[in-house]
Design a protein around this ligand. Structure first.
Ligand code: 8YV
Length: 322
């Protein structure tokens, strides 16, 4: 059965064309246009009386907030990761939740590679030095990095994005190791080898993290794991803040225990650990893994499509809770 004139609270600024789609479908749209996604009490006030929520991964939606939103029936999250939403609490209240897989896979894999290159070849650090007017002569032993081509890549989390990261490695003649809790069938993972996490950390020249955040992956990489890695190794985190102990990472980078890092997601973002900000061999980007116009538009459109599924009385195509 179709829901007529449902109210949707849009809690992050999205593209006008996506809002137009919702309006054309008969939604009454309450759209937030500010730079920062709505949080906490502000979000609850904005969503008062709403049937549907359209949120980005920067808005947390917890059980206490859901208790204050008794009219809510569906939450469309703009993001493949949905640890920002208490899905169990939503399910217990009969609220459907969806995410946006697939549309961002290739774009996010590209950023993992961009960070790996930038960190391995010291691009941010040397550019800062150049802009600072410090380039007076060309030293043969200056700004030495580490090679990507022919090296060993370790991927922790061989899901959709991990697979896209691995495919790119074939063109660079890399040996590719991966770790998941369980090894995938060999026919689904051509050219890559499952190893224990410890083996991967010891053998890889570059480690890319692509696991979802959960209590089980909290500080998956901390001081002990960093100590296993090569002193020249590059660590890239495009997964989620909290998967890496950011302060331990900063200490490893500053002490020379680890070569370099590329980090797109942080514990407590947008507040970055001061130790990490002070590490020159860390390339830091502000959670831009999926940030191309085409992909972000694709993500918002997919979230909107899930709302249209709900409006039409159909199962959400990207349901994460049944
Ligand atoms: C987005 C992400 O930037 O999809 C995810 O899980 O982290 C990113 O692609 C974020 O979700 C925007 O809401």
């Amino acid at each position: 059965m179709t829901v007529s004139s449902p109210r949707v609270a849009v809690c992050a600024r999205v593209f006008p064309e996506s809002l137009a789609t919702l309006e054309a479908a008969g939604f009454s749209v309450h759209a937030h246009h500010g730079d920062s996604a709505l949080q906490g009490d502000q979000l609850v006030a904005w969503a008062n009386g709403a049937d549907a929520l359209l949120v980005s991964a920067s808005s947390r939606v917890d059980a206490a907030m859901l208790d204050q939103l008794p009219t809510l029936k569906v939450i469309a999250n703009i993001g493949v990761g949905y640890n920002n939403i208490d899905v169990a609490a939503a399910t217990a209240r009969g609220i459907a939740v969806s995410n946006t897989p697939d549309v961002l896979t290739e774009t996010t894999a590209d950023l993992a590679w961009a960070l790996m290159f930038a960190a391995a070849r010291r691009i941010s650090e040397s550019e800062r030095w150049l802009r600072d007017g410090q380039w007076k002569s060309m030293a043969l032993d200056g700004w030495l990095g580490v090679d990507i081509q022919g090296s060993t890549l370790g991927i922790i989390g061989m899901g959709r994005i991990g697979g896209a990261v691995a495919r790119r490695a074939m063109g660079f003649g890399m040996r590719v190791l991966y770790h998941n809790r369980t090894a995938l069938p060999a026919e689904d993972t051509p050219g890559v080898t499952w190893v224990e996490k410890e083996t991967l950390l010891k053998e890889a020249d570059h480690v890319i993290l692509v696991v979802p955040y959960s209590p089980a992956t909290h500080h998956l990489i901390g001081a002990n794991e960093l100590a296993l890695m090569k002193p020249t190794a590059v660590l890239v985190n495009i997964a989620r803040g909290g998967v890496v102990d950011d302060v331990a990472l900063a200490h490893a980078l500053q002490s020379g225990q680890l070569g370099a890092a590329g980090v797109d997601v942080f514990e407590n973002e947008p507040n970055i650990a001061k130790e990490l900000l002070a590490a020159p061999n860390a390339v830091l980007t502000p959670h831009i893994g999926s940030a191309t116009k085409r992909t972000r538009l694709g993500m918002v459109d997919l979230a909107v499509t899930n709302l249209l599924d709900w409006q039409a009385g159909n199962a959400l195509r990207n349901s994460v809770n049944g």
